[in-house]
Design a protein around this ligand. Sequence first.
Ligand code: COA
Ligand code: AMP
Length: 632
Amino acid sequence: MNYDEAFRMSIDEPERFWGEVAEGLDWHRKWDQVLDFTDPPHYRWFVGGELNTCYNALDRHCENGRGDQIALIYDSPVTGGTIEKFTYSEIRHRVARFAGALRDQGVEKGDTVVIYMPMIPEALVAMFACARIGAIHSVVFGGFAPKELAIRIDDAKPKVIVSASCGIEGKKIIPYHPLLDQAIDIAEWKPDHVIMYQRPEVTSDMVEGRDLDWNEVVDAAEPADCVPVKATDPLYILYTSGTTGIPKGVVRDNGGHAVALLWTMKHIYGIEPGDIWWTASDVGWVVGHSYIIYAPLLLGATTVMYEGKPIGTPDAGAFWRVISEHGVKVMFTAPTAFRAIKREDPEGEFMSKYDLSKFETLFLAGERTDPDTYFWATKLLGVPVYDHWWQTETAWAITGNFRDLTTFEVKPGSATMPVPGYDVHILDPDGKELPRGQEGIIGVKLPLPPGCFTGLWQNEKRYIESYMDPFPGYYFTGDGGYIDEDGYVFVMGRVDDVINVAGHRLSTGAMEEIISHHPDVAECAVVGAHDKLKGQVPIGFVVLKKGATTPEEEILTDLVQRVRGEVGPIACFKQAAFVDRLPKTRSGKVLRGTIRKIADGANYSTPSTIDDPTSLDEIEDAVGTIGYGKED
Ligand code: COA
Ligand code: AMP
């Protein structure tokens, strides 16, 4: 099937298209209906079907002769160069034992489990163990501060939290237990137990009666079998930033998710069972969920889990070392990682030390691949480099290029074509479709394909208001862009207050809430400004209360510490300018969009609704003082 045929069939006959893909999985009970259209905007895939995601990713392959194949390669330069390989049988055994251990602590089908772990094999084991017994996991990224973890604990209400004694960030060892204890203290919800995996670098003190040692509970456990769940039952909750300080708990189902991810591995990425696949991300992000954990193993490929950075572990040749050492065929990462390598090693000298002959394609996502990075990576690697666009909500690419189906010529700056299943449209603020070439809001006509979120965890109202109400009949992506005359989609950035820092999605609203709680601050605006390495970084515009006497420098240090302490180091909030007022509309709304343009040095027009146009001059001056506002 070529792209046009696949795309048309996915839109005109979605039930036939996805029904055929679903035949490639093992079902405990076959579905009654591929797609239930009866309750829009809620669409449910594979209604009546029952399966187990863990069975399909592990047991199925063991039973079909792949038991001795390597499922997971753990590569950890931060622990002195550890490399461990696990076969499908070994992983299945570990997962079954840990699933038994979870069950011994009272975790049953439908219960939630929070996983707060670094990039170690036990994170994969814990995720699959939940899936095996029908429990719903919610993985929280290690770079979040205790307060963010606490918000997620209160929302997900886990029976058990699974964690490890530390994360290792480059040369820094970050003990996790104290962060977890603080989070549990802050949270109203208390888990029954914490299962702690003790890493050799840090042994954490256990809380009597609450904390259990990973090895001890595993030793005491019987292996647990896979529990069939409904295709529509949740597999996981993954929190992502919205426009407020309260993250959104994206809910993923079992059936649609397994079907969609299986399809992508072959048709987008060109991966076959047995191939070596590497996603350099983190299990705490959706990219990690889909493409470190679930998709490669659903297919029967080998996944590389890399606990390291693109630079500094030990040098800018780290990625080339991993590709060559493990014979990686396709790699997936964020453009920021390539910008970091380019900055350290602009000529790509490290690459000459390695044999990259097995490497075929690089896929980038998480933020737009800027043309500079695209050209640099393409020239250096000599293989195709494909940008593709997606979100936590979708779990897989909305637009992209294809190793199978049809491979399109790349237009740098574009994330290429809508992926089969996604009916992408550009809308004006009233929901009217815009002509080719004109920039607007990107909407996806409902129904979304399988694998996309089925709601927000116990928050139907927010799901409808945030995603379905803005443009009835469409999923509101929150991104803006255009489609050119050839049908290529250009995703230009968020149209809301979400920013993207080094491929990490963050809410400026959350930072504003923290800053405005400072006793000397009257009000503030935080916007994402263009950054050469990280794509965007947050910068604040702060109005102090009249009579505030603390020196501005001291206030800034305090604000930086507060954001770091409450959101986490990954917020990268380091700069703010102090201004006398913020530009606002006559009705008092802060003109964040205009401030953002000034911070980026982009052209802007003075909004007709502005209360006092001279307030913009002050922002221009402030932006200049902190070194932004110039296009580079
Ligand atoms: N646990 C604890 N702290 C973490 C963390 C984690 N899992 N991940 C990041 N941090 C900390 C970092 O140590 C750093 O702390 P510091 O301010 O004390 O130095 C801070 O958060 C910012 O981290 P980061 O944005 O990663 O910046 P960096 O300068 O350390 O590294 C890059 C820059 C580009 C190398 C790095 O961001 C990178 O590899 N990015 C790829 C992102 C990615 O894979 N995204 C996934 C989406 S596909
Ligand atoms: P996340 O939910 O963390 O995966 O972040 C999703 C957001 O990242 C999207 O809404 C986009 O704003 C941005 N994004 C991800 N991939 C791309 C891409 N290839 N091009 C442009 N923006 C992207």
